[in-house]
Design a binder for this molecule. Sequence first.
Ligand code: ZN
Length: 508
Amino acid sequence: MTATAAAPETTPTDRLLALWAEIEDLGAASSLAAWDQETCMPPGGAEGRAGVLAALAGVLHQKLCAPELLDAIDAVDAATGDDEVARAQAREARRAVMRARSVPEDLTRALAAATSRALTTWREAREADDFSIFRDDLATVLALTRERGAALGGDAASAYDALLDEYETGATTVRLDELFSGLRAELVPIMQAVADSGVTVDESAAHGSFPVDAQRELGLAVARAMGFDFDAGRLDAAAHPFCSGMNPRDVRLTWRWDETDFRPALLGIMHETGHGLYEQGLPPRWRRTPIGGAVSLGVHESQSRLWENLVGRSRPFWRWALPRFHDTFPAVERRTADDIWRSLNVVSPSLIRVEADEVTYNLHVIARFELEKALVGGDLDVDDLPAAWADTYEDLLGVRPTIAADGVLQDIHWSMGAFGYFPTYTIGNLVAAQLFEAATTAIGAGDLEASFAAGEFGGLLDWLRANVHDAASLHLPDDLVSRATGRPLAPDAFLARVRSICAQQYGV
Ligand code: ZN
C-alpha cells in the first residue's frame, strides 16, 4: 500500500529496493542475535534467544512471501530491458522469494523443531560416542530435508540439486560428480606417493608455549596488515571460529587457540579475516539490496582459504611474519621461515576434516558428498550410515574410524539439515587457487612475493576488491569466476599448488 502511494518518479526498481531494505535489516538483526549467542550470551539466555531467532525468522518469511514484493519484482522484470543491475536485483530477489514460497510453512516449522532436537542429540551422541542416540532425530531431519528439497526442486529426483543450489547457485550433482571425480583421480595418487616417500616432516616449529594474549596480539597485527578495518569490525573468542557480517561497516570475527601450537589461532584468524575482508569490501552502493551480499558460500570460502593457505602458508609471508613471531613469543626457540613453512605444509591422511591438510581435505569433502547424495536420493538408509562412512573413508583416504565420534558424528552440518553444504568447501579451495593464479599473473609473481615479504598485502587485496568483492551478487558465481580469472572453474591451479608442496616437502 505504501508502494502505490509513492511519488510519481519512483521506478519499479526503487519500489523493490524499498521493500527489500527491511528484509536485509531483519537478516542483520538475526545475525547479530546469533553472533551474540556464540560469543557473549550467558548460558541461561539460550531458551529466550531461540524464541527471538524464531520470531525474526517468522517475520522475515512473511516479508518474503508478501504479495506486494512479488508484484514489485514482476514490475522490475517488465520494465528493465537492458539494465544489467536492475535485472540482477530482480533475479536475486525472485530467487529468495520463490524459495520462501515453495516450502510450506508447516514443513519449515517441523524442520526447525527437528533440527533443534537433532542438534542436542548430536552433541550427546558425540560426547557418548554412540550413534544410536542421534539415529532417530537424524532420520527425521533427513526425511524432512528430502521433502524440503523436493518442494524446492519441484520433484523428489531434483531434491539434492535444489539443496546444492541453495548454497551455491548453479551447482548440480552432474557438474560436481565430474569435478570431484577428476579431483579424486589426481589427489589419491598424490597422497599415496607422499605416504610411500618415507619422509617424516619435522613439525616441531609449530609446538611450544604460546600465551593466549600474545597469540591474540599477533593475530590482530596480521589481520590489520591484511587490510581488515577494526573501525568496521572486531575479534572475539568463540568455541568455533566464524565470521558474521551485519553490513560492510560491522563485521565480526571469532577465534580460538591452542597454547601449545600456534597454528589453529593464527591460521584461523587469517581464514576468518579473509571472510571479513570480503564482507568489508561489499560495495556501499548496493547495501541493503538483493545483490548487495556475498555471491555464494563457495566464493566466500575461496576468500578465507586464499588468505589462510596461499598467503599464510607461504614462504614470502613468513619472511615478513617471522621477526614478529619471535618478538611476540620471546621464550620460543629461534626458527627459520623454512622451519615454519615445513610445519604448515604437512600432508597426512587423517580422520577429522577440520584438521586435514590441503591435499586430503577435499577427499573428506568428497566422502561427505557421496554419502549425502545417497542419503537424500534414498539410496542409503540412516541405519547403514556409520558403516558406509567407515567404508568410504577406507576407500578414499585409507583410514578407518574405530569410533563414531571420529567418523560419522564429527560434523554438525547434517543435524542442522545442511545437506548440500559440504561441496562448497572444495569449490572454495579450487576457486581460491584459480583466483590467486590470476592475481599473480596480473600483479607479477616477483612483485607479489616481494610485497608479502615486506608485509604489504594491499596489491592482492585491491585485486580481490576489483575482481570479486565489488561485484557482490551482480553475476552468478560461475560468471564471477570466469570474469575474474578468464576461464571456467577447473581443479588445475589447485592441483599445481599441492603438487608443488609435495615436491618440496616430500620429493614426490
Ligand atoms: Zn570459512
